[in-house]
Design a protein around this ligand. Sequence first.
Ligand SMILES: CC(C)(COP(=O)(O)OP(=O)(O)OC[C@H]1O[C@@H](n2cnc3c(N)ncnc32)[C@H](O)[C@@H]1OP(=O)(O)O)[C@@H](O)C(=O)NCCC(=O)NCCS
Length: 225
Amino acid sequence: MEVRVFDVDQGDLAGYYQLWQAAYSDWSDEPLGDYDTTIGLLRNPLTAFGPQLHWSAHSDGLVVGHLQLSLPADEGSTLSMIKITVHPDFRRRGTATALLLASLPTLRSHGRSTIEGWSVTKGGPGHQWAANRGFVPVHETVMQRLAIHDVDESLWDVPAVPGYRTVSWNDRAPDDLVASYAAVQDAIQIDVNHRIGFTTTRTMLVVSRDVDGLADLLGRGVSAR
Ligand SMILES: CC(C)(COP(=O)(O)OP(=O)(O)OC[C@H]1O[C@@H](n2cnc3c(N)ncnc32)[C@H](O)[C@@H]1OP(=O)(O)O)[C@@H](O)C(=O)NCCC(=O)NCCS
């Protein structure tokens, strides 16, 4: 097994996609997106988590593992996030550990002293691997899913709580709501962010206002709710 830096333009993209096809059920109950969508996301990641770097593990010409490393761009940040996936047929052979080791020099050179992994299922292979490699749980959450075609919509037919009103909008959010919306988001996020050492709320609001402006400019009908 060989580990190398993975180039999102020149790397073995077909092999990368096959790896995700084999392992995606560990990450989601939903089907994996098609090839173009998956590679599009690889090449155009969410900007909130900073630049992304990638390593891949290869065995007999197959991509058997992948590590995605995100380096949040906050000034002085010592935080990094990883997402490791190993092909189910190649697990318990040290692949994930080798990928992690390969990324360490880069982490150090970027001044990152903490590694986080998000969305690990409790009791699942990721949780057990992380525990065995010395990671410590810092935050637990419950993922809920609503199949909107199947649900009884009358369940949603509830009045606003006394003293409150419901506001909805299309496109640009009303200016008088932005500040209080930001305050509520901060109140919700502050405890979580403190534990995981990651802050995005204010930045995301600024970005969303920029997107509104861009939508106005381009007239493309982008909406924000
Ligand atoms: C988690 C995952 C990346 C581990 O990959 P791997 O190549 O099998 O891991 P390693 O071989 O480096 O495992 C190292 C050690 O971790 C522990 N470990 C790994 N998987 C484990 C499992 N399923 N159950 C219990 N312990 C496990 C063991 O101590 C193992 O050493 P051992 O095999 O000598 O006992 C892989 O199972 C996977 O892709 N899971 C789905 C995605 C995921 O949850 N990723 C983690 C998010 S960062």
